[in-house]
Write a protein that binds this ligand. Structure first.
Ligand SMILES: NC(=O)c1ccc[n+]([C@@H]2O[C@H](COP(=O)([O-])OP(=O)(O)OC[C@H]3O[C@@H](n4cnc5c(N)ncnc54)[C@H](OP(=O)(O)O)[C@@H]3O)[C@@H](O)[C@H]2O)c1
Length: 322
């Protein structure tokens, strides 16, 4: 079958190991099912995989892609939950130490077909297109859990979203606005700041700019480049929720004094549960809020999408269709 996969790693030139070609059809083990992929979306995770982060050499060749929407074996329209937990695991699957994401241990979604545990399918409402639904399982689910589960934010709270252009960041802005929060966002880029206003930010600022108010929570995915500003933007008792470190994990100043003196909370967040994915789908269905799609490409042109993400030339999600 057609597939987009990694056949080697390169930390300097991740696209060197990207192959657009053919892989064998998958067999669904007991308890798993086959989904025919209609649309899949690109995440920074796919670039990390090509750099050899989170993926072992022995697992190569590995079909990339965590996110997909398509048809199940009965022809129902479904969204695929990307977190694969151990069959014996009970409860919140993001706490399962043996969990993995599609394309880490099990073949990913950039292909004609993907096999997943039966319990990982969530019905796709007719109101969402396959392209929109394919944006949800990683970036949008991560944003949902950051805001509402880990951040415990409520309508009327004020939130700062760092790095407005990213896939997770655009999801954070749209979801926060749909849920009645006051939304501040930063970006290094003037055009991205304007677009952030269009998708729901109340106010936008240059990266690192002093804010007019202290916020209840900061949603952090940039890491080193914005960490200090995130900590300095919080009200006493506020929370920073972190799910990524695009600019690097080693900060110049961890702002430890400020963290204890202002009694700030630093909260990690990773992906989300199948239940949260179903709630996210319901939220979009009910509010009319939709994922911002930067561009839709046929999966055969996947390299173009990877190049755009690697160069940072993205606002919203890149979607591949079959
Ligand atoms: N823990 C999880 O479950 C989980 C799930 C999804 C993603 N993630 C992680 O979250 C991060 C974001 O993912 P994504 O898919 O949204 O990636 P992305 O679309 O590539 O987002 C990157 C954004 O980060 C900002 N940025 C990058 N370098 C920067 C710098 N030096 N200074 C300031 N801002 C910078 C940019 O914002 P501006 O250009 O607007 O300034 C850019 O738009 C990644 O590290 C990813 O691995 C984690």
């Amino acid at each position: 079958m057609f597939a987009v996969y990694a056949d080697k790693f390169s930390s300097d030139d991740p696209l060197a190991g990207l192959v657009v070609g053919e892989r064998p059809e998958p067999d669904a083990p007991e308890g798993w099912t086959t989904v025919t992929v209609k649309a899949a979306s690109l995440n920074h995770h796919d670039l990390w995989s090509l750099r050899g982060v989170g993926l072992r050499e022995e697992a190569l060749p590995m079909i990339l892609g965590c996110d997909a929407a398509g048809h199940d074996e009965e022809g129902n329209e479904v969204v695929v939950h990307a977190v694969i937990s151990d069959p014996s695991w009970q409860g919140d699957e993001t706490f399962d130490p043996r969990r993995s994401l599609l394309s880490e241990r099990h073949q990913g979604t950039f292909a004609d077909k993907v096999v997943v545990p039966r319990g990982n399918l969530v019905p796709k409402p007719a109101s969402l297109s396959f392209e929109e639904a394919a944006c949800l399982p990683t970036a949008w689910l991560t944003a949902y859990r950051m805001l509402f589960t880990q951040g415990d934010l409520k309508a009327g709270d004020t939130v700062l979203v760092q790095g407005a252009g990213g896939g997770v960041a655009t999801a954070l802005i749209t979801l926060a606005r749909a849920a009645g929060l006051r939304v501040l966002a930063t970006s290094r880029d003037e055009a991205k700041r304007s677009r952030a206003l269009e998708i729901g930010a109340h106010e936008v600022f240059e990266s690192g700019a002093r804010l007019p108010v202290k916020v209840d929570a900061v949603m952090e995915t940039v890491g080193r480049a914005t960490w200090s500003h995130s900590i300095r933007s919080l009200r006493p008792g506020g929370a920073i929720v972190i799910s990524g470190t695009t600019s690097g994990p080693n900060v110049d100043d961890a702002e430890l004094t400020r963290i204890f003196f202002l009694q700030l909370r630093v909260i990690g967040s990773t992906m989300g549960t199948r239940t949260e994915l179903a709630s996210l789908v319901n939220l979009l269905d009910a509010t009319g809020a939709r994922p911002l799609v930067d561009r839709v490409l046929p999966m055969t042109d996947a390299r173009e999408g990877f190049e755009a993400m690697a160069s940072g030339d993205v606002f919203g999600k890149i979607v591949f269709t079959r």
